[in-house]
Design a protein around this ligand. Structure first.
Ligand code: RUB
Length: 276
């Protein structure tokens, strides 16, 4: 590839990560790694690391590349980790279950599709995930793979999960993660509210995430542009818009985590990764 083509591909990847056209921790990390492979310089490293502050997997994978781990070798991690998560999630899902999720997580979608392909017959309730509707991506991917999906608006999450008001009893909630930290897990806005409702309804709340999303220090939770929430806001009003993209799910709400290390309590996971 010519250098000028490489440059424009690099710039396009950076733009797509910034504009959330490339979304989800795993996709962001994979694409950033590819972009770094195009231009393995200090400047491109700095640029790539600056794109999404809530993504330790992006930082970790670039750090490993910087330390000399090969591109192909790093790439194989994503799939081998996913396979291990799939197996562990498969054991947990029962035919007849309703599994609830939020946003779009490749780790979650892949695990659910795997369980379905291996013969578990369960339903998925998913939340549309304002303001960018990543839940629709989840719904489409699961439905294309033959799963039974029902989409709810975010504000219906309580009703959807509630034993008294819900359409069907939810067996488990399974969400992805952007950052795995000592305090808990950062994931899409709405995730902690969902976890609290799940706790209240005695529904287990699980996280499915590659352990490379671990960060020993607290990550910054991104605030995004108001246009995502209200694109054509009338000019004569002085309305401020809050648009937090992520929130911290405190560890007390998390019933367990699926990673490539297996299924475990969140505290056990923290012990295992902090030794690495
Ligand atoms: C995506 C999101 C996902 C995690 C995990 O937010 O919160 O649950 O990133 O995804 P956004 P994955 O769409 O704003 O990036 O399992 O794909 O790594």
């Amino acid at each position: 590839m010519k250098s000028v083509d490489k440059r424009s591909e690099f710039n396009q990847i950076c733009k797509d990560i910034k504009d959330i056209k490339i979304q989800g921790a795993r996709n962001i990390a994979k694409q950033a790694l590819y972009a770094y492979e195009l231009f393995p310089t200090i400047a491109s490293m700095r640029k790539l690391k600056s794109l999404r502050p809530t993504e330790p997997m992006l930082m970790n994978v670039l750090h490993r590349a910087e330390e000399g781990e090969g591109y192909k070798e790093l790439l194989t991690h994503f799939d081998s980790a996913q396979k291990k998560m799939n197996e562990a999630v498969y054991e947990k899902i029962e035919t007849g279950d309703v599994v609830m999720t939020i946003c779009h997580s490749t780790n979650v979608v892949n695990a659910l599709i795997y369980a379905h392909k291996k013969g578990k017959r369960f339903q998925v309730y998913n939340l549309e995930t304002r303001p960018l509707f990543q839940g629709r991506k989840t719904a489409k991917e699961l439905s294309n793979a033959g799963l039974d999906v029902t989409t709810f608006v975010d504000s219906a999450m309580g009703v959807a999960i509630s034993k008294e008001q819900g359409t069907k009893h939810v067996a488990t909630v399974m969400v992805g993660a952007d950052a795995l930290m000592k305090e808990g897990v950062a994931n899409k806005i709405g995730s902690e509210v969902l976890a609290q409702i799940a706790k209240n309804e005695k529904v287990p709340f699980y996280v499915i995430a590659d352990s490379w999303k671990y960060s020993p220090s607290k990550v910054k939770l991104e605030m995004r542009d108001f246009h995502e929430v209200w694109a054509n806001m009338p000019q004569n009003h002085h309305i401020k818009v809050g648009n937090p993209a992520f929130e911290l799910i405190k560890k007390k709400w998390i019933s367990g985590i699926f990673t490539e290390l297996g299924f475990m309590r969140y505290k056990t996971f923290l012990k295992a990764v902090s030794k690495r």
